[in-house]
Design a protein. Structure first.
Length: 180
């Protein structure tokens, strides 16, 4: 993406892209050294990641983040890098195959239900079935969901869960429900 902006002789965009990339890498590196981080840090990294991808894909999708106002973002701790892999999957496997036929959208809703934090990541992409039919790089197998599921189980003593399902309203797209 940065290279493309440089070749297009768009130094301002290339600089913006590079700045967001460096901020994102810095946040990822500091987050991966900690098992738990304040949800505010996780959301900061998530926002930066999405902005980066929006720049990269010429604003071909929208992003909406809704956090229950009763959640103390600075005080509540969550496992680091829990949300981003699912948002990345939504963008790469759900929205990008839309090929600008319609505007894509990823939504993240965070709420507290009883003693659990519930994170819902949904998209209006091509859906699970069509996504599974998309060509993949040779030798590539996706382990992200399973690794994150195991991490949540270990960190929450098996009280956490991840569900990946079709949109319930009959539209295309995917819903991921994380309980921790």
């Amino acid at each position: 993406g940065i290279q493309r902006k440089i070749l297009q002789q768009d130094p301002h965009e290339a600089y913006t892209y590079l700045t967001k990339f460096s901020q994102l890498i810095r946040l990822f590196l500091t987050s991966t050294n900690q098992q738990y981080i304040p949800i505010s840090k996780e959301l900061e990294a998530l926002r930066l990641y999405v902005e980066f991808e929006q720049l990269r894909f010429d604003d071909s999708f929208d992003f909406e983040l809704n956090v229950n106002t009763e959640i103390e973002e600075e005080d509540m701790q969550i496992p680091s890098m829990i949300i981003q892999p699912f948002v990345e999957n939504a963008i790469w496997h759900g929205l990008m195959p839309l090929n600008n036929q319609r505007k894509g959208k990823v939504m993240v809703d965070i709420d507290q239900v009883d003693e659990h934090l519930r994170i819902i990541i949904s998209d209006n992409g091509i859906g699970l079935e069509k996504s599974s039919q998309q060509p993949r790089k040779s030798g590539h197998s996706s382990l992200g969901i399973e690794l994150t599921r195991k991490r949540i189980e270990l960190l929450t003593e098996r009280k956490g869960s991840i569900k990946v399902e079709k949109q319930t309203d009959g539209s295309e797209g995917v819903v991921v429900i994380i309980q921790i």
